[in-house]
Design a protein around this ligand. Structure first.
Ligand code: F3S
Length: 390
């Protein structure tokens, strides 16, 4: 990979250990994937923030970077952490709070902003055709497919390295030829809810594993449904971009998704028996948009959450701030509007949660393993109906 003189100097350690190690990460990655050079990025979004999913080892690396004066050169933001301080109280051990606080302090020292959301694009929409280095799979696929920005799915270290150097290697989806659709997906069913979109994502991801599917018959104006589709696709595959509302440039492979396959996948994503009742109804994976919050507020206004169920709505602090009135309406029901975290990246078992009902196929896919929880997948209206007193 070609490096400028300045980049060579960083690699030789002339700018200190922290930049040297970050440059090494980027060069290694670039060499591995056949990049020819580094290109500037407009922003970096760094995952690997939740102490629950991160564990101990990476903290030392963050510490070493921060102590060696690493600082982000471009706008850099953080994915959700494991805790919403206001809501979890003393149900989470103090030690976990302390560890999470250390992680956030280290990132902040490096000038990475603790927005603590998987939907940084609601805070500031990246511009069309700009290069990014993001490492949250649901945000990566949203940025590439819906916002028209360009980002590979970075790992946490490479996103942080890109933030500190301000550049990323020009391989993968940063190359125009890798942004073309590779498989035409015909759907033999009407997609009626966000759950259908998510289930479609889980199924197509499993079938294709990679490339860039071009969906026929999906509603391009339903951005929140497309968000579910992308988040789910990225959960079961290495797919970082999907296409819609266009014709393939050349003849490409074609697959058909049948109604039966979608029904079967939907059924499998609910692991709890049909009689099961959830301990938690969780909405907001990925974190809710303003539109979603407004819609939820309308649906729950004047109602109350049942005694033995918790209702969590997750959204970024930014969205919460923008929708103060609606948040008040939602909280009056007894529901909790969480920021900074989500059900998947926190210790739900410690909070007494064994069965999670959700409208997110991504959560339904991960919760049995990451939360050791049973799942019930259902559209928003049904989730709310279950959580609220009739
Ligand atoms: Fe976001 Fe948590 Fe889902 S980080 S994408 S709400 S698993």
């Amino acid at each position: 990979m070609y490096l400028t003189r300045e980049e060579e100097k960083i690699l030789d350690g002339e700018h200190g250990w922290a930049e040297q190690i970050c440059m090494r990460i980027l060069v290694k990655l670039g060499d591995l994937f056949g990049a020819t050079k580094l290109i500037p990025v407009n922003s970096a979004h760094v995952s690997g923030v939740s102490y629950k999913t991160l564990g101990e080892a990476p903290i030392q690396f963050l510490q070493a970077l921060a102590e060696n004066n690493a600082k982000a050169k471009v706008k850099a933001t953080l994915n959700p952490s494991s805790i919403d301080k206001k809501i979890f109280g003393n149900k989470i051990p103090r030690e976990f709070y302390a560890k999470q606080a250390t992680i956030l302090e280290l990132f902040q020292k490096m000038h990475v902003k603790p927005v603590l959301t998987c939907t940084p694009y609601y805070i500031e929409k990246p511009k069309l055709n700009t290069h990014l280095a993001w490492s949250e799979s649901s945000a990566v696929i949203y940025a590439n497919s819906i916002l028209g920005s360009w980002t590979n799915r970075e790992g946490s270290p490479s996103a942080l390295a890109a933030a500190i150097i301000g550049k990323t290697p020009n391989y993968g989806i940063h190359q125009p030829e890798n942004r073309d659709a590779t498989t035409f997906v015909q759907i033999e069913a009407k997609l009626e809810s966000e759950v259908d979109y998510g289930v479609l994502g889980i199924l197509v991801g499993k079938k294709l594993q990679g490339g860039s599917p071009l969906f026929q018959g999906i509603n391009a104006s339903e951005k929140d449904c497309l968000k579910q589709l992308g988040a789910a696709l990225a959960s079961t595959s290495n797919i970082n971009m999907f296409c819609y509302g266009q014709k393939p440039k050349e003849k490409i492979e074609k697959i058909t998704i049948t109604k039966k396959e979608l029904e079967h996948t939907t059924k499998n994503l609910s692991t709890a028996g049909s009689e099961a009742t959830p301990d938690l109804v969780f909405i907001g994976c990925p974190h809710c948009s303003l539109d979603e919050i407004r819609h939820i507020a309308k649906l729950v206004k004047g109602r109350k959450v049942k005694k033995h169920v918790q209702l969590w709505i997750c959204a970024s602090r930014y969205v919460k701030q923008k929708a103060k009135t609606q948040i008040e309406v939602i909280e009056k029901t007894g529901a909790k509007v969480l920021s900074d975290t989500c059900a998947v990246v926190t210790w739900t078992r410690l909070l007494g949660i064994n069965t999670i009902m959700t409208n997110s196929a991504k959560t339904a896919y991960y919760a049995p393993t990451l939360n050791k929880a049973q799942t019930i997948l259902a559209p928003l209206e049904k989730c709310l109906k279950t959580a609220l007193i009739p």
